[in-house]
Design a binder for this molecule. Structure first.
Ligand code: ADP
Ligand code: ZN
Ligand code: ZN
Length: 749
């Protein structure tokens, strides 16, 4: 009988701590939240293992003070998965569990105070919430003859005008005294109140009518039956844009639901996919947990607990929804699996797509990765037989994929009247599209008015004082802004280096493009979708206006490339297709192909055929040529060979070690030391392992800190050995520098 438990605590240490179970209680179950003493502090942690013997060398063992919640917070499946994920990414388990768990419920500390572990009023560090309910007020009798004050009468009149009115609304009307007034009215029998949980989620504001599933195409039917009959396999669903992948997910999830199982769907950015949520509601009703960044922590916790209780069995959300306690997980879908936003880039640096495969596998659930432009990693897995490849080669609707014209920018003559990127052929295409009463999307992956501001005399760019990047001009605000640290300043009248007054905007961003198009095509309506105009719900609003045909031209950054279904759009123009190729990143070609193929897929989804124009200085580049030909396989074949030759993922395992420090010399010294440690591995000398660096990171300075990095590449087991040694050295302390190990890195900056 085990009486010892290992507890994961919210401390930045890659280990757990052993405690004795409380003497007068059963041993806390795995996944339970417990209070423990820790070096003179009191902390809440999670029981992650039971053991009979103390770990070697441990003699003094403290005792768990008590349970904080009667039931285990994490179901066993989720707990095991989180433990494995923390191990894989070499991240402190206590931090992983804390981030995944809901806040402590109200009343969690009562028993600990009774036992004297906590003083009256004392609490443990961490988030805490009460149950969030709203009070609904109804009129219960006639009040015309009653003697009432003016505010009482006002409230009663409002309440009487409807079935029931939430207290929050009464507060808006008469102020904070509303609660007291309602209480007095209730005492006189004039109103009744009812306290219930409320749903004020933006995704549920408008009702959605149930839909009828369409007749599946043969390719869809084949995919659904392979997946449903696949016995918990993992699949890569490669379907061109608009080929009906979502319909496949809906069918597979419906099958899981009919078996009484739960399902989880991950999408890159839920704010940009309100349509998808509507389709889910139309098919499955409103018993869905929609987990998105617009929720308050409390709302997120409510969803979490509803899933945990089994009241909800279906969850849709972005990256972190992967950790939702979906009961009896039967299906896990990752839509647009190629999207880089599935990688968390700070703290616990996990990749939700990779972890989805792990979670589904361990849970015995089906996993579906879906994309029109699969990541090289996933397609490689499919080619190696680790994922079963299913294809949807055609759109079920009338239209085939749009024709793509590549326009060689080197051969374009610029007329002084417009920006050089607004070429004559592109302007003509826009004009034709608008004259036909159709809509166009123009993609330019740079927000702001101009990406940089340069002195015409000394040639220097105006840079961020804290980062090694040029400041972007935002003309409407009259400011220069750093897109990395949010530094802002007024547009300078004189060059900060030489004092010249010839300071000019260089290049074009979406703000300038929007303005230029509005002038060229007035009175047609131009709207812009980028991080400056669209945060959260406003993105949905812009897309809605487009769908309602209130907007003729949409200008935007990569936000416009996402899976929107906009039937009125027949023209897509890419202003500078090679823009993302210049990135210092081995995935630059892949990223370019994905962006281009995805944005091209926005054209011609309705009745009329689509037309796409890629403007580029590198029309021969394989990524651009493959995207123009809608030829994923050609892209993959070329990319695969390059990765193989250069020993990049998926042909090598990779970790990035990043070091930053306020002091440049200190940062460099730590980078040198850690890299030397890595290079001491015998496999490096043998040439089996590659250590590249240390060197200043491409973004050499960020928020005033100097950044260095090195990359370790090679066979998985060896790379992990090196990574563990580096992590152990970091754990000994490298202050005042900071160092992190990023397993399977995505960002190369
Ligand atoms: P994807 O997820 O691959 O982009 P969707 O599932 O959104 O594709 O489908 C694109 C469009 O085709 C949607 O409007 C959808 O309603 C429609 N559609 C999907 N499957 C069918 C089908 N079998 N029959 C008719 N229309 C379909
Ligand atoms: Zn100057
Ligand atoms: Zn900056």
């Amino acid at each position: 009988m085990s009486e010892l438990v290992d507890v994961a605590l919210p401390v930045p240490l890659r280990r757990t701590f052993t405690y004795r179970a409380p003497p007068d209680e059963p041993v806390p179950a795995l996944g339970s939240r417990v209070a423990v003493p820790f070096h003179g502090r009191k902390l809440a942690g999670f029981v992650v293992a039971h053991r009979d013997e103390p770990p070697e060398g441990v003699t003094r063992i403290a005792t768990v003070a008590g349970l904080l919640e009667p039931e285990p917070v994490f179901p066993q499946e989720l707990l095991r998965f989180l433990l494995e994920a923390a191990r894989y990414y070499l991240h402190p388990i206590g931090e992983v569990l804390r981030a995944a768990a809901p806040a402590l419920p109200a009343g969690a500390f009562r028993r600990l105070r009774e036992r004297g572990f906590l003083a009256p009023g004392e609490a443990l560090p961490g988030r805490r919430v009460g149950t969030r309910c709203e009070l609904f007020v109804r009129v219960s009798g006639s009040f015309e003859a009653e003697r009432l004050g003016p505010r009482q009468r006002e409230i009663l009149a409002l309440v009487a005008s409807r079935d029931e009115v939430p207290l929050a609304e009464l507060r808006e009307r008469v102020g904070a005294g509303a609660r007291g007034i309602v209480r007095r009215l209730e005492a006189r029998g004039l109103v009744t109140t009812d306290e219930r949980e409320v749903h004020i989620d933006p995704f549920f504001r408008t009702p959605v009518a149930p839909d009828t599933p369409p007749e599946l195409t043969p390719a869809q039917r084949h995919a659904v039956s392979a997946i449903v009959g696949g016995g918990g396999d993992a699949f890569l669903l490669h379907g061109v844009t608009g080929s009906g992948k979502t319909e496949v997910y809906l069918h597979v999830i419906a099958a899981a639901r009919d078996r009484g199982q739960g399902a989880l769907l991950l999408v890159p950015e839920i704010a940009l996919t309100p349509q998808l949520v509507s389709r889910f509601r139309a098919r499955f009703g409103d018993a869905i947990a929609v987990l998105h960044s617009g929720l308050s922590e409390r709302e997120r916790d409510d969803h979490w607990r509803a899933l945990r209780r089994g009241d909800l069995r279906l969850a849709v959300g972005a990256r972190s929804a992967l950790f939702a306690p979906v009961p009896d997980l039967g299906v896990l879908v990752v839509d647009e699996e190629h999207d880089p936003s599935f990688k968390q880039e700070e703290g616990f640096r996990y990749h939700a797509r990779d972890l989805a495969l792990l979670r589904a596998y361990r849970a015995g659930a089906i996993c579906i990765l879906g994309s029109a432009t699969p990541s090289v990693e996933s397609f490689h897995r499919a080619a190696a037989g680790k994922l079963r490849l299913l294809s949807l080669p055609e759109r079920p609707t009338a239209q085939a994929l749009p024709a793509v014209e590549t326009l060689d920018l080197r051969r374009q003559r610029t007329s002084g009247a417009t920006h050089p990127l607004l070429t004559e052929p592109l302007r003509r295409a826009i004009r034709d599209c608008l004259d036909a009463g159709e809509q166009a999307i123009l993609f330019l992956n740079r927000r702001g008015y101009a990406p940089s501001v340069r002195c015409g005399d000394c040639g220097k760019l105006v840079e961020c004082p804290a980062c090694s990047v040029a400041l972007t001009e935002h003309r409407a605000q009259g400011r220069l802004r750093c897109h990395y640290c949010d530094f802002q300043q007024a547009v300078p009248e004189r060059c900060p280096s030489c004092g010249s007054t010839r300071v000019d905007a260089m290049g074009i961003g979406t703000e300038q493009l929007e303005q230029a198009l509005a002038e060229l095509y007035a009175p047609k309506v131009v709207a812009r979708l980028d991080r400056d105009t669209a945060t959260g719900k406003s993105a949905e609003a812009v897309l809605d206006r487009l769908r309602r045909r209130e907007v003729d031209l949409l200008v935007g950054t990569q936000m416009v490339t996402k899976g929107h279904d906009l039937p009125g759009v027949t023209l897509v123009g890419v202003l500078l297709a090679d823009q993302s190729l210049a990135f210092p990143d081995f995935r630059a070609g892949e990223r370019t192909f994905q962006l281009l193929a995805q944005v091209a897929g926005r054209a011609g989804r309705g009745e009329r055929p689509g037309r796409v124009i890629f403007q580029t200085f590198q029309p021969e580049h394989p990524a651009i040529r493959a995207a123009a030909a809608h030829d994923y396989e050609a892209f993959y074949a070329a990319e695969r060979e390059e990765r193989r030759e250069l020993c990049y993922p998926p042909f090598a395992h990779m970790v990035a070690v990043r070091i930053d420090a306020g002091d440049e010399a200190r940062g460099r010294a730590v980078a040198e030391e850690l890299a030397t440690l890595a290079k001491a591995h015998p496999a490096v000398r043998e040439g089996v392992l590659l250590v590249q660096g240390p060197a200043p990171a491409p973004l050499a300075r960020l928020r005033g800190r100097y950044r260095f990095r090195f990359l370790v590449r090679g066979p998985r087991a060896l790379v992990r050995q090196v990574a563990r040694r580096v992590v152990a050295r970091i754990d000994e302390g490298v202050q005042p520098a900071r160092a992190t190990v990023d397993v399977d890195p995505v960002s190369m900056l």
